[in-house]
Design a protein. Structure first.
Length: 276
């Protein structure tokens, strides 16, 4: 079965001046232009090619590797705006169209966005969308808490970041679960934090079972030792300064201070912390 918008392994049916023709089954022969034909290619060879529609809406093959395939999402740059919609560079000679009705907000040329590709069933053309919630599932019935997942950050949210999960679902990464700088389009390893009663997905960057406060407490002790036993970092220190020094949220920093205080390892004052 031929998969448009994806890589296929196809048999060379015959050679031609324009290139080679590949057996596309019920779709007939598909041209692989000469510039993509491997040296010493012969009839009956099998080639791995990407199948898409050219500018005249004909099926065509290429050995180029696009930045995304149908059913996947990637961070792409907008290169043009026309009456049909916005066009994105996805690594092929024909740019990827994101029609106006598939844009979650107006696209600006020169800026990059997370784009999901899907196949228009009526025209069999590959189309892009930035309206991810219309094409990816926000509800989970099989993810488990603690399960490792691949995340693609696609938007900021009031409570944190929105992410594509394993290229199939959407989830929310709360700010309190983020201990590093993140940018839109970044791919990171994450974990399922919980599945809410409404089946929506909460995410975390922390590996399950790792007690961040314990490791952070050791880091604070080293910080104090290096500074002669005292520091002006307290629970009143601005979050940005805490993150710049310790790469953690203020909430986790305060919990680590509390742990050290309970263990009688530090003395807390309004303007400093001191080793006992």
């Amino acid at each position: 079965m031929l998969n448009i918008g994806q890589f296929n392994r196809l048999r060379v049916s015959h050679l031609a001046d324009a290139g080679v023709y590949l057996d596309g089954g019920s779709y007939g022969d598909i041209l692989l232009p000469r510039r993509y034909v491997p040296k010493q290619c012969q009839a009956e060879d099998e080639l791995e090619v990407f199948i898409y529609l050219d500018s005249e809406d004909r099926l065509i093959a290429t050995t180029e590797r696009p930045l995304l395939q149908v059913g996947k999402a990637a961070y792409l740059k907008a290169v043009d705006n026309t009456r049909h919609g916005a066009f994105f560079d996805w690594g092929l000679s024909k740019d990827l169209l994101v029609p106006y009705n598939e844009q979650d907000r107006p696209i600006e040329v020169g800026k990059s966005y997370v784009v999901h590709a899907f196949l228009d069933e009526r025209t069999e053309s590959i189309v892009g969308t930035t309206r991810l919630s219309h094409h990816l599932n926000e509800f989970s019935y099989y993810f488990k808490p603690g399960q490792p997942v691949n995340l693609l950050i696609y938007a900021r949210a009031e409570l944190g970041y929105r992410a594509v999960v394993n290229q199939t679902h959407l989830g929310l990464l709360y700010s309190s679960e983020v201990f590093q700088a993140l940018r839109i389009g970044e791919q990171v390893q994450g974990y399922i934090h919980q599945i809410r009663p409404d089946r929506k997905i909460d995410l975390t960057l922390r590996k399950p079972g790792v007690v961040v406060e314990d490791a952070l407490a050791q880091q604070i002790l080293e910080h104090l030792k290096q500074r002669g036993g005292s520091s002006n970092f307290t629970d009143k220190t601005p979050p940005e300064q805490i993150y710049a020094e310790f790469k953690v949220s203020k909430a986790h920093f305060k919990r680590a201070l509390g742990l050290l205080y309970k263990q009688k390892l530090i003395v807390l004052a309004s303007d400093k912390i001191t080793l006992v």
